[in-house]
Design a binder for this molecule. Structure first.
Ligand code: MLC
Ligand code: AMP
Length: 499
């Protein structure tokens, strides 16, 4: 029924047995059979709404199993899944819709009145966190068993937007082959099987929760504790009946604060994976002391899926992100020159995981993706004598807060537009919970401009997680002789504001 290149085929093949897929409090478990039947009904409903192969389906909904079915249904119908963080404001969503020109838009019923006018002729459906909405009724009117639209390995399965260091957000185009190859590799190197029970507490609008956690579990035919969001109590309660957890470092620091995290509670677990942001060596050590488990840290990006991983067997070296995954080439560059082992440079990767380019941005694509397939990640790192990769910083101006990326330029532009503000510089400062949190340093012409006024001005414009947690005022910004703002100096000056 599915073409062999097809991501949906790969995902469905393992899971057709009646393995329990998920739990939601108060709801019965859903089997893989039910999951895929629902996905097929959605695929039929999307097609009935006019979705043709290659058309985008933009989705801003809360996490739910129906949202997973929508993802699967989109790829079965040959569409391109475009998930959006529910935290995005209407202004942010408007840009994504105008750039991606989706054929179908799916949003929360509470947002329909705001989103529908932006849809520019697309069909608009609703889907609520509890699975209700007119998408579900449209799907219920369809029969399952739709034949998946054949797709080649290079055909697009998803577009995920990542912000740019300058200007507009870029849509990373990911193909069926990109996603299927990476999740198969991860399933194998992390030894996922149908005996696994994965605790899934990540959001499903980003690579980590959607392509790493969901795809790997589906490919392995694993059972999943599907939690609506991170909840330390729920995770601790799930540990004794689970085998694996994937999370950002904030998951691990928050769980360490929970008295229920003990060696006994984690005795049934076989794997804890961390990624999306640097895991502190100290967190790794504390976790091992408390649970007896060594967290496995890996490194990836929206554009590339996963690039490296510490070994399943063998030494998981804290502070490093391990070795390039099978099939992934990695090199450390200084411009056009590959540096010697041990030297710091920019990490480049090449392999079947690397994306197809940025949606309708050939110049941006050419800046970061070399003609011979090497992708310039913008992360700085080095290789040690044993081949472990260590990330030491970023060549790109970016803050990672609780695993979400924030691009200072976007925040600065909006702060600068506040009346009475002359200019601003946005940086990340170490934060005990979020790893880094956003700090804005502002120069004002009008002393009556307060932090509260700036926060208020941003609240309509910018998702909450991008908004500064700390705002300072300076008479002027530190600049070098070229006139460039010295963010390094600001990072030092404001490095301790979160304690
Ligand atoms: C929530 N808030 C955040 C935030 N998450 N602020 C800054 N940074 C974040 N990451 C805001 C909320 O809007 C709220 O604002 C306030 O913080 C308190 O929220 P909370 O209840 O503490 O947050 P919570 O819902 O628990 O979320 C925190 C979190 C979550 C860390 C669990 O952000 C999360 O799940 N992060 C995972 C991100 C992720 O999946 N990244 C993968 C990207 S893929 P207020 O004002 O209302 O109080 C990628 C590639 C790769 O990077 O390698 O994987
Ligand atoms: P995103 O654009 O959201 O996909 O974020 C990708 C970025 O997250 C990478 O370019 C890295 O800067 C960062 N990242 C992901 N995993 C790790 C990790 N294990 N350690 C440090 N940084 C990481």
């Amino acid at each position: 029924m599915y073409d062999d290149n097809h991501l949906a085929h790969r995902l469905a093949r393992a899971g057709r047995a009646a393995a329990v897929f998920a739990t939601r409090p108060g709801l019965p478990d859903m089997t893989y059979g039910e999951l895929f039947q629902g996905a097929e009904r959605i695929a039929a409903a999307l097609r009935a709404a006019g979705l043709a192969p290659g058309d985008r389906v933009a989705v801003q909904v809360e996490k739910s199993l129906e949202a997973v079915q929508l993802y699967l249904g989109t790829v079965i119908a040959g569409g391109v899944f475009l998930p959006l963080n529910p935290a995005y404001t209407v202004r942010e969503v408007a840009y994504f819709l105008s750039d991606a020109t989706p054929r179908v838009v799916v949003c929360d019923p509470a947002r329909e009145a705001e989103i529908a006018p932006l849809s520019d002729g697309a069909s608009v459906f609703t889907l609520a966190a509890d699975g209700t909405g007119n998408l579900s009724s449209a799907a219920a009117a369809q029969a399952p068993g739709i034949a998946a639209v054949p797709r080649g390995a290079g055909d697009l399965a998803a577009i995920l937007y990542t912000s740019g260091t300058t200007g507009r957000s870029k849509g990373a185009m990911l193909s069926h082959g990109n996603l299927a190859s990476n999740s198969e590799t991860l399933r194998d190197v992390w030894r996922f099987t149908d005996r696994d029970v994965l605790i899934h507490a990540l959001p499903i609008f980003h690579t980590h929760g959607l392509f790493v956690a969901t795809n790997v579990a589906l490919l392995a035919g694993a059972a999943v504790h599907f939690l609506p969001k991170f909840d330390a109590d729920a995770i601790i309660a799930a540990l004794p009946a689970s085998t694996a957890l994937m999370g950002v470092p904030t998951f691990y620091t928050r769980l360490l604060d929970h008295p229920g995290l003990t060696r006994e509670a984690a005795a049934h677990m076989r794997l804890f994976v961390s990624g999306s942001a640097p895991l502190l060596v100290d967190t790794h050590a504390q976790w091992e002391a408390r649970t007896g488990h060594r967290i496995l840290e890996r490194y990836g990006m929206t554009e590339t899926n996963m690039n490296t991983s510490n070994p399943y067997e063998g030494e998981r070296r804290p502070g490093t992100v391990g070795f390039p995954l099978p099939g992934v080439e990695l090199r450390i560059m200084d411009g056009e020159r590959e540096v010697a082992q041990g030297e710091i440079g920019v990490i480049e990767v090449r392999g079947p995981n690397v994306f197809q380019g940025y949606w309708q941005m050939p110049e941006k694509t050419a800046e970061e993706l070399r003609p011979d397939g090497w992708f310039i990640t913008g992360d700085q790192g080095y290789l040690d004598a044993d081949g472990y990769v260590t990330i030491v910083g970023r060549a790109k101006d970016m803050v990672i807060s609780g695993g979400f990326n924030v691009y200072p330029k976007e925040v600065e532009t909006l702060i600068d537009a506040v009346p009475g503000v002359r200019e601003s510089a946005v940086i990340g400062a170490p934060h005990p919970d979020l790893g880094e949190a956003v700090v804005a340093v502002v120069v004002r012409d009008d002393d009556s401009v307060t932090a509260a006024r700036i926060t208020e001005a941003l609240s309509e414009e910018l998702a909450r997680f991008k908004q500064p947690r700390y705002i300072a005022f300076l008479p002027e910004l530190p600049r070098n002789t070229m006139g460039k703002v010295q963010k390094k100096a600001l990072r030092e000056d404001y490095g301790a504001v979160f304690g």
